[in-house]
Design a protein around this ligand. Structure first.
Ligand SMILES: Nc1nc2c(ncn2[C@@H]2O[C@H](COP(=O)(O)OP(=O)(O)OP(=O)(O)O)[C@@H](O)[C@H]2O)c(=O)[nH]1
Length: 342
């Protein structure tokens, strides 16, 4: 199966160091012989940050507004066009510092319904001095937005530590930990981190879509793991992930899938996808929001993968993945014969 295209979101308040980090990441990927592409969003009509990025890097620009305030479909369309036109190996979305990252996460996961893309993580860059100042005054919409950007990060870069004392850096680390108990906190000056360490800290091997085979090996024919339990934890659970994207390799039973959706953990507050069932004649688009699920028959235009995305906070994507692999495995051993007339 073709590898899903990794997508990273860079978030962080205005001037925190996102572009500085972006340049480091681009250099890293290029040195590896990869072809990165960028989606850049600026509040103004001119993309000044874009001028800092080498011309050889394909770029989609969304100017004159904040990604999260314009239609989410716009970002999805930009991303799709960029991927089709440039065939990059990796994509970074640098959002304006005033964006609410959750909306961007939603747009990326929306895209993964139609394209083989996968959200790998949300990196939030924090300006240590700026946050400390705001934390001490504890007010304002900037403060709330920063809080939001920190809360939903998969990894936090505590940048500009050269502008605070060691004690202040500790104080601000405690604040970050209080707001986001899951993301790794990486202190830095000019985002000078080893990209390998940063990207590695996004954890969630489950997000890499590479080890499906490996995890399946742990599941026996009856859908039980070799250890006799229903879940196989090849990797630590409860990684903080914003979204888990599952590309199905085969059809699943509709009733079992409905049951699975019904029993989704509370921390998954949004899910959507396109699935082929082994016991129905049509494909379905499913939507799930705040404990309500909806299934709709669809006939997608063009080639669309069977995929499900789950968005939430601090849920165990490894657990979901194992359950879905088990559903797939069960249809393999017990293909659907009775067709439901859905
Ligand atoms: N002192 C200090 N300055 C830094 C550090 N990291 C970045 N800067 C500077 O901070 C300024 C803003 O950095 P950018 O990387 O452009 O920040 P940004 O988040 O992309 O900014 P916006 O696009 O406006 O949201 C630049 O002048 C950087 O050189 C740091 O660790 N310490």
């Amino acid at each position: 199966m073709k590898q899903a295209l990794p997508v990273y979101i860079l978030s962080g308040f205005l001037g925190s160091g996102k572009t500085t980090l972006l340049q480091r990441l681009l250099d890293h990927w290029k040195a590896q012989g990869l072809r990165p592409a960028v989606v850049m969003n600026e509040l103004g009509e001119v993309n000044l940050d874009g001028l800092l990025v080498e011309q050889s890097v394909p770029m989609a620009e969304m100017l004159g507004g904040c990604i999260c305030c314009t239609s989410r479909g716009d970002l999805s369309t930009e991303l799709t066009t960029l991927v089709k036109k440039e065939s990059p190996d990796v994509v970074v979305i640098e959002a304006t510092g005033a964006a609410n990252p959750l909306e961007i996460v939603d747009a990326v996961t929306e895209t993964s319904l139609y394209q083989l893309v996968e959200l790998k993580g949300l990196i939030t860059v924090v300006d240590a001095a700026h946050l400390l100042e705001l934390y001490r005054s504890q007010q304002g919409s900037t403060y709330r937005l920063m809080q939001e950007q920190i809360r939903c990060a998969s990894v936090l870069i505590l940048n500009k530590t050269d502008r605070v004392t060691a004690e202040e850096a500790d104080e601000i680390s405690d604040v970050l930990r209080k707001w986001n108990a899951y993301a790794e906190i990486l202190p830095a000056v000019r985002c000078g981190l080893e990209p390998e360490i940063l990207l590695g800290s996004l954890g969630g091997v489950h997000l890499e879509g590479r080890d499906d085979e490996e995890a399946e090996e742990g599941i026996t024919e009856g859908g039980e793991s070799a250890q006799g339990t229903h879940t196989v934890h090849a990797h630590p659970t409860h990684d903080h992930v914003m979204a888990y994207t599952h590309y199905f390799k085969r059809a699943v039973n509709s009733e079992e899938f409905e049951q699975f959706v019904k029993e989704l953990p509370r921390d998954v507050y949004r899910a959507k996808g396109i699935v082929t069932f082994s016991d129905t004649s049509s494909r379905f688009l499913f939507q799930y929001a705040y404990r309500e699920a909806d299934f709709m028959k669809i006939t997608p235009q063009g080639e669309v993968p069977d995929v499900a995305v789950f968005i939430g906070e601090h849920f165990s994507s490894g657990e979901l993945r194992t359950q879905l692999l088990q559903l797939e495995k069960r249809t393999l051993t017990r293909p659907g014969t009775v067709r439901r007339s859905l």
